[in-house]
Design a protein around this ligand. Structure first.
Ligand code: SF4
Length: 325
């Protein structure tokens, strides 16, 4: 196994993640305020190196400034002044997103401000000609950014309060980051196979169909153009893990991993493990409980395949993300 993937996971280096400036507490909003998010500034800052930008400030709208909103067709709205709809900054925001996208390609994820006509990822109000909210769309900057880097994990700060969505986003950031690092190491068939092998259980927890499809793709390594194959693999991978793993899917993976211990632990330990996995499946205990028990057993009875699975530790333990799902 290539230890460089481990180095990615355990190096302690902070991962570069883009963010709407106001979420870091920068006073860049139209009213000179900010929208500091304490989970981001107190917890995630320890693991992510945030790279902020405020698109509205970047295109030259000062602080304070007249507020803007989306207007017109939900698919193709314009960003215009709330009090002056002839004041249209759509093209400037779009151009800025195109240029920022070149920088953002190096990021492993992005956190956007919910509801903003510039930064909102989805469900941003779109107003009609009478000034009534009539539909929903994405902010101008956010939409172009996501179109340019469609596989980069993107989330809104509001959704990070949901423990399942939070764990899913951070898992995706770490997987994507490991992928980016592997690309820098010079991609070849062996590295792709290793990447897949080490993520097998994690992928499986997110979807059996995606897991099977990725397995078939990896089997083609060495027989087709590696860059072509890698792009297809990454597309299916990010789509598969975007769907949060359910308790049932986690339970299936946990039981599968427990099977590797069948010759190493006694009947009492086996029964306890089965019971704890069942408790998790029924919602009586969080995921950290069966995971901790499995890690305990695998520390005493190491298995080379299981020991290399990122599923057991897809993100830093200190984030305690599995204590709440
Ligand atoms: S939501 Fe985006 S445009 Fe609005 S203040 Fe925050 S960073 Fe700036």
């Amino acid at each position: 196994m290539d230890s460089k993937l481990d180095a990615v996971h355990t190096s302690g280096l902070r991962i570069r993640v883009g963010i709407s400036s106001c979420l870091l507490g920068k006073s860049v909003r139209y009213d000179s305020g900010h929208k500091q998010n304490r989970y981001i500034t107190q917890i995630l800052c320890r693991f992510f190196e945030f790279v902020p930008t405020c698109p509205e400030v970047a295109i030259g709208l000062g602080v304070p400034r007249p507020p803007i909103r989306l207007r017109g067709d939900a698919e193709n709205p314009r960003a215009v002044g709330v009090t002056d709809s002839t004041f249209d900054v759509t093209d400037k925001l779009d151009d800025y997103a195109r240029s920022w996208g070149k920088t953002a390609r190096a990021f492993s994820g992005y956190i956007l401000k919910r509801g903003s006509p510039s930064c909102g990822m989805e469900r941003v109000k779109v107003f009609d000609s009478k000034g009534m909210p009539s539909s929903h769309g994405a902010g101008i900057f956010a939409k172009r950014l996501m179109q340019q880097i469609p596989l980069m994990p993107v989330e809104e700060e509001g959704r990070l309060t949901d423990p399942v969505l939070r764990e899913n986003f951070i898992t995706r950031v770490y997987v994507y980051h490991r992928w980016q690092r592997m690309q820098l190491l010079n991609l070849n068939a062996g590295r792709l196979v290793e990447f897949h092998t080490r993520h097998k259980m994690l992928i499986r927890a997110h979807g059996e169909v995606g897991y099977q499809r990725l397995g078939r793709l990896v089997a083609e390594a060495g027989t087709r153009d590696i860059q072509d194959l890698a792009q297809e693999y990454l597309h299916v991978l990010m789509k598969t893990i975007k769907r949060p793993a359910t308790r049932k899917q986690h339970s299936n993976v946990l039981s599968h991993l427990a099977g590797y211990l069948k010759r190493d632990i006694d009947a009492g330990d086996k029964a306890e493990l089965v019971r704890v996995i069942d408790d998790y499946r029924l919602g009586r205990v969080p995921l950290v409980v069966p995971i901790t028990m499995l890690k305990h057993h695998f520390r005493r009875c190491p298995d080379p395949y299981v020991g290399h699975q990122f599923y057991l530790q897809p993100h830093p333990e200190e984030l305690q993300l599995r204590n709440f799902i």
